[in-house]
Design a protein around this ligand. Structure first.
Ligand code: GLV
Ligand code: MG
Length: 347
């Protein structure tokens, strides 16, 4: 067992001390860009102002013969831009791939000082985190980085789901998890060809009705169980949970509904793979102004957060005060970035 006092010590002499708490950042969408495409890199300056997190994707969806060009393109785009308050992430290739080691070595050397988070795919257990944790510490020490690069794990294998609590607690470098519904569906032998979202055949049939009447059937959420596990593992360890990709760009309503379920269950954001999904994520993962007004009223009715009060005919107590605080804290974070929503929240 690792001693608690050693948990927060740097893993290499000269590496920065690990964070005790996650930096407070707005991360409503993790916007994916394929950095091997020059036309896409040219749009990065405009994208930076529109998204909370910009991620250069080096893993799946990048053709094998473009992997090195994607890595080079990511380094170029990281160097060429000032990201201001927008976070810069990279999704490296999987640990068993021929590219992962050079992804980490070259990116940290070239632009580690600009990188906030490294997303690691196909994480199966805490041993995967320990390996990257140690490697990053050695590289941070070598290149004199002052702030630790955080690790974000994709939850996309059954073994990863089984080990999620241990992965979450593996290192103070952990930032959070994203649900990876495509790989998870494949590795679980789920019978779908979709990237995230529901399936029309995954339904509950209502009890029999009178003869001649149609028997209702209700579509269920294929991802509810996994998202709920992910949210609990994250909340218990002070990390953040995210919905991953929604692949049907032609169905914004379903994308919004799936993102909203994730938001209501406790997720902080979702991936956006297409520019049209940025506005959807912004809308869903910024709290509703009416809810924020109600939450603010609750906090004002119970300034020290204790006791009980009635607000608009509804009972409030210490627990609802804490729920209200989650919404108001998030609204303040959104307000700092978004003047239009700041005006609507009126905090
Ligand atoms: C994402 O990587 C997924 O597999 O869904
Ligand atoms: Mg995947």
């Amino acid at each position: 067992m690792k001693l608690p006092r050693n948990f927060f010590k740097p893993l290499a002499i000269g590496a920065p001390a690990p964070c005790r708490e996650l930096p407070v950042r707005l991360e409503r969408m993790i916007h994916f860009v394929p950095p091997h495409i020059e036309k896409v890199r040219a749009k990065v300056p405009e994208l930076i102002g529109r998204v909370d997190v910009l991620l250069g994707n080096l893993e799946d969806a990048i053709p094998a013969d473009e992997k090195e060009e994607a890595r080079r393109g990511f380094i170029e785009m990281a160097r060429a831009n000032d990201f201001s308050t927008t976070s810069l992430w990279v999704r490296v290739n999987a640990l068993n791939s021929p590219w992962m080691l050079d992804d980490v070595l070259q990116i940290v050397e070239a632009v580690g000082y600009k990188l906030d988070v490294m997303m690691l795919p196909k994480v199966e257990g805490p041993w995967d985190i320990h390996y990257l944790d140690q490697l990053l510490a050695q590289l941070e020490a070598r290149y004199g980085l002052r702030k630790p690069i955080l690790i974000h794990a994709i939850l996309e294998t059954p073994e990863g789901v089984n080990n999620i609590e241990a992965i979450a607690a593996a290192s103070p470098r952990m930032h959070g998890f994203s649900l990876g519904p495509a790989d998870l569906a494949a590795s679980r032998a789920m019978k779908t060809t979709r990237v995230g979202g529901g399936h029309p055949d995954y339904r509950v049939l209502a009890d029999p009705v009178a003869e001649g009447e149609a028997r209702p059937a209700y579509q269920q959420d294929l991802w509810h169980y996994t998202i709920a596990r992910m949210v609990d593992a994250c909340a218990a360890t002070g990390l953040k949970a995210f919905y991953g990709p929604f692949g049907d760009f032609s169905d914004p309503a379903a994308c919004e509904a799936q993102f909203r379920n994730a938001f209501l269950l406790g997720c902080a954001g979702a991936w956006t793979l297409h520019p049209t999904q940025i506005e959807i994520a912004k809308k869903v993962f910024s709290p509703d102004p009416a809810e924020v007004k109600m939450a603010h009223k609750i906090i004002q009715a119970m300034p020290d957060g204790s006791g009980a009060a009635m607000v608009d005919g509804k009972m409030q107590d210490d627990a609802t005060w804490k729920q209200a605080k989650v919404l108001v804290d998030l609204a303040r974070l959104v307000s700092a970035k978004d003047p239009e929503l700041a005006a609507r929240y009126g905090l």
